[in-house]
Design a protein around this ligand. Structure first.
Ligand code: NAD
Ligand code: WQD
Length: 342
């Protein structure tokens, strides 16, 4: 079985996907420039699977490095492309860095696959951010793009356009774009998990750090939304379930089951959950206290979004297996592990 290239594979979602791919019998090669992760993640993957993936430290946005990578692994024609900068706020301050990194990385990979592979399979990490604030909920894959609320979100929309046009022009490329909603949690072994650098932007790592005493209190951005408890609604689901969706998407293309050469799937729990519901569920399943305070809305936040996942359920046969409680408990187990809390 030919090797699968995971770009950004020592990152949060990539590392969990590496575990599921290895468990499914695939050989993976990880390329990552370690701009937002550590090579130690490879040891965590090995402790879970017994296999330490081949690893190359390189910048996907650097064509020379990518040429030497593909020369080293000439049989790679299947790629899962996680590598990107993903901090929404930072993208507003440094748009050129985000466009250069996220778009150039994608272009380099597509050029090389087009040049070297008679048939190639490409799974892309897209995001529900392309929907903006949908007019109708739950949001389906046919819901229209909304103007991007950040340069980061725009890189995802641009990337989908590049992929759609590349598939149209190519006879060899197949693509599945997975539009992730809000993945949370960590592998049940607590050997890998989310490792935000510095102060977390995202809700769940901020909650677990607050519960661990690393942060004084959780600031909840806005409780004046038009929602049952006034706090914003998102579609949170377990990162292991997301990882498994990548294996299924890859197998779909390898086994020739794609209905079109460019396919898009929403991946989420298909349920809208408020911030306060996350907080209360976390306290219930972990038995911890959690200090929090309501402050003003965060700029760029939308009010509510959750997925219609029927296409992934019916076409991919993918359904999330973990409950919200398990996802939050796994996040807490991981936080306690990295903080050496019993
Ligand atoms: P992450 O930052 O943990 O992982 C991304 C990895 O890519 C990191 O290890 C980083 O070092 C690497 N990387 C970045 N630029 C690179 C480059 N030029 N060359 C090589 N490696 C590079 O993020 P994540 O949460 O695992 O996200 C993975 C993908 O999923 C990203 O494309 C992100 O935009 C997308 N996504 C994430 C979420 C989420 O909530 N985490 C939601 C929607 C989409
Ligand atoms: C969730 C909710 C916040 C932190 C972002 C990106 C998206 C994707 C996932 C990359 C919101 C609230 C948060 C806090 C809070 N990333 N919150 N206090 O904003 O839905 O999505 O991450 O692709 O593209 O936009 O996720 O976890 O940041 O926030 O009240 O300290 O929690 O306002 O309502 P979000 P999030």
């Amino acid at each position: 079985m030919s090797k699968i290239l995971l770009t950004g594979g020592t990152g949060y979602i990539g590392s969990h996907t590496a575990v599921e791919l290895i468990n499914a019998g695939f050989e993976v090669v990880i390329v990552d420039n370690l701009s937002n992760s550590s090579a130690d993640v490879l040891n965590g993957i090995e402790r879970i699977t017994g296999v330490k993936p081949e690893f190359v430290k390189a910048d996907c946005a650097d064509m020379e490095s990518m040429v030497s990578l593909f020369n080293r692994y000439p049989d790679i024609c299947s790629v899962i492309h996680f590598a990107a900068l993903k901090a929404v706020g930072e993208s507003v301050e440094k748009p050129l860095q985000y466009y250069q990194n996220n778009i150039t990385s994608l272009l380099n990979l597509l050029f090389l696959l087009n040049e070297r592979c008679a048939a190639s399979n490409f799974v892309f990490s897209s995001s529900c951010t392309v929907y903006g604030q949908p007019d109708n909920l739950p949001v389906t894959e046919l819901s229209p793009y909304k103007p991007a609320s950040s340069p980061y979100g725009n890189t995802k929309k641009i990337a989908e356009d590049i992929l759609r046009d590349s598939v149209h022009a190519s006879k060899s490329l197949k693509v599945v774009a997975l539009r992730y909603f809000n993945p949370i949690g960590a592998h049940p072994s607590a050997e890998i998990g989310e490792l935000p650098q510095g102060k977390p932007d995202n809700l769940v790592p901020f909650i677990t750090q607050t519960a661990a005493g690393v942060r004084d209190k959780l600031m909840i951005f806005g409780n004046d939304y038009n929602t049952p408890d006034g706090t914003a609604i998102r579609d949170y689901f377990h990162v292991v379930d997301l990882a498994k969706a990548h294996v299924i998407a890859l197998q779909r293309m390898i086994e020739g089951k794609s209905k079109q050469n460019f396919e898009v799937f929403n991946v989420g729990a298909g349920k809208g959950i408020t911030v306060l519901e996350i907080v209360e569920t976390f306290k219930r399943v972990t038995g911890t206290k959690l200090n929090y305070e309501f402050i003003g809305r965060r700029e760029g936040d939308i009010e509510k979004v959750w997925a219609d996942t029927s296409l992934a359920n019916n076409e991919l046969g993918w359904n999330p297996e973990n409950s919200l409680g398990e996802a939050l408990l796994s996040a807490w187990r991981w936080e306690k592990k990295i903080r050496n809390i019993l």
